[in-house]
Design a protein around this ligand. Structure first.
Ligand SMILES: [Zn+2]
Length: 109
């Protein structure tokens, strides 16, 4: 068990930081035994990059729905609406991938 710094964001996401201290099972200099333990946690007051991306993508989707609503009232925009609907599906897929990545990190440790 070797000790590492850890960074933890307000949303609960975390990552390993610098290697801090070797345990007594590991005698090779600069090597780690592979089992990581938290030496020190640095809290970050903001949400992580993944949450940032999710928020941005959600905002984009909201804006696209607004556009579609407007185009529907204007008429003659069927092709644009269909393209935007496909874009929304694509972004929603990206959002769920990001949420999965985030969730996996939260349940591991
Ligand atoms: Zn997050």
């Amino acid at each position: 068990m070797c000790y590492f710094d850890q960074t933890r964001w307000a949303c609960g996401y975390w990552k390993w930081g610098n290697f801090r201290q070797q345990c007594n099972k590991e005698y090779r200099t600069g090597e780690t035994c592979g089992l990581k333990l938290v030496y020190n946690t640095t809290p970050v007051g903001a949400v992580c990059k993944i949450c940032d991306q999710i928020t941005k993508k959600n905002r984009r989707v909201t804006k696209m729905y607004d556009d579609i609503y407007r185009w529907q009232r204007e008429g003659n925009r069927r092709a644009t609406i269909e393209k935007t609907e496909r874009d929304i599906m694509e972004i929603n897929y990206q959002i769920s991938e990001l949420q999965n990545t985030h969730h996996e990190r939260m349940v591991s440790i």
